[in-house]
Design a protein around this ligand. Structure first.
Ligand code: AMP
Length: 283
């Protein structure tokens, strides 16, 4: 059986463990997660393992990125299974701080990102979200000081926000994006998928199918605005409440009108029942 990663719950213990790796001349990668680990997370851990000798995986359901109306309390949590999953993925260290360790009494700093965090995608529907993410990721990067940190393209805007934040704050880390892992029917793996009813689970891959269809049409030269209008209609017809389906510059996430302007990324967010799903693909 694969060896369980060492688990640390205090910053002092984390720093001692990482200092041990550094003293041995080893490189370090960080994979931040909120737990409820699935094969998407595992692919990030494996990628991290190819890029660095030691892999630290943080598991922390970050309260500050949830609005009061959102699912912080009911977010899936499964630490024992997660540690077994990390053993299989060959992680070395599980960094599992309590909320009071991350946000002790009197905590009052926060990182408020602009740029990719303010382009009218997730930020328009979850205005609190990226300051919560940027603050916790800045803390995690400064706690571990890894050589690299791996984030999923599944959360494409987040990947861009974190990359920009690390650059702007001169945090000496290379941010690496990893491709989205999907179910055989195309649905992007997500910790929240377990909440979908059987009926909604059957409908959920529509999002990916529409993204693919839109990408094909744009590649074939159809105007982006027409293609997106058709895509939005198809998603709503399937029974989703659509937040957005947009085409953006892949690098800056600024709006893009014609495919000739640069690399296009299509991004979507929509809710089925009470489960909000996001996805994206490159054209
Ligand atoms: P989460 O635990 O959902 O906050 O995600 C932790 C990391 O895993 C983030 O960098 C996500 O982008 C990444 N991730 C989540 N789902 C997937 C997936 N299906 N494929 C690849 N990476 C993913």
């Amino acid at each position: 059986m694969a060896q369980r990663p060492r688990m640390v719950r205090r910053i002092a213990g984390l720093r001692r463990a990482v200092a041990g790796y550094r003293a041995a001349g080893e490189t370090v990668a960080l994979v931040p997660t909120m737990g409820a680990l699935h094969d998407g997370h595992v692919s990030l851990v494996r990628r991290a393992g190819f890029k660095a000798k030691r892999v630290v995986v943080s598991i922390f359901v970050n309260p500050t990125q949830f609005a009061p109306s959102e699912d912080f309390e009911s977010y899936p949590r499964s630490l024992v299974t997660d540690l077994a999953t990390l053993a299989g993925a060959k992680a070395d260290l599980a960094w599992v701080p309590a909320a009071a360790e991350m946000y002790p009494d009197g905590f009052s700093a926060s990182v408020v990102p602009q740029g990719p965090a303010a382009v009218g995608l997730e930020d328009a529907f979850r205005p609190h979200f990226f300051s919560g993410v940027a603050t916790v990721v800045a803390k995690l990067l400064l706690q571990v000081l890894p050589d690299i940190a791996v984030f999923g393209e599944k959360d494409f805007q987040q990947l861009r926000v974190v990359t920009r934040m690390a650059k702007d704050l001169d945090i000496p880390v290379r941010i690496i994006g990893a491709p989205t892992v999907r179910e055989p029917d195309g649905l992007a793996l997500s910790s929240r998928n377990v909440r979908l009813s059987a009926e909604h689970r059957a409908l959920a891959p529509t999002l990916f199918r529409v993204l693919m269809l839109c990408a094909e049409k744009i590649s074939a030269g159809r105007p982006i605005t027409t293609v997106l209008a058709e895509g939005r209609e198809a998603i709503e017809r399937a029974g989703f409440r659509l937040d957005y389906l947009e085409a953006r510059h892949a690098a800056t996430l600024r709006p893009i009108v014609a495919a000739s302007e640069g690399r296009v990324r299509l991004l979507v967010a929509a809710t089925l029942g009470t489960t909000r799903l996001i996805d994206n693909i490159g054209v």
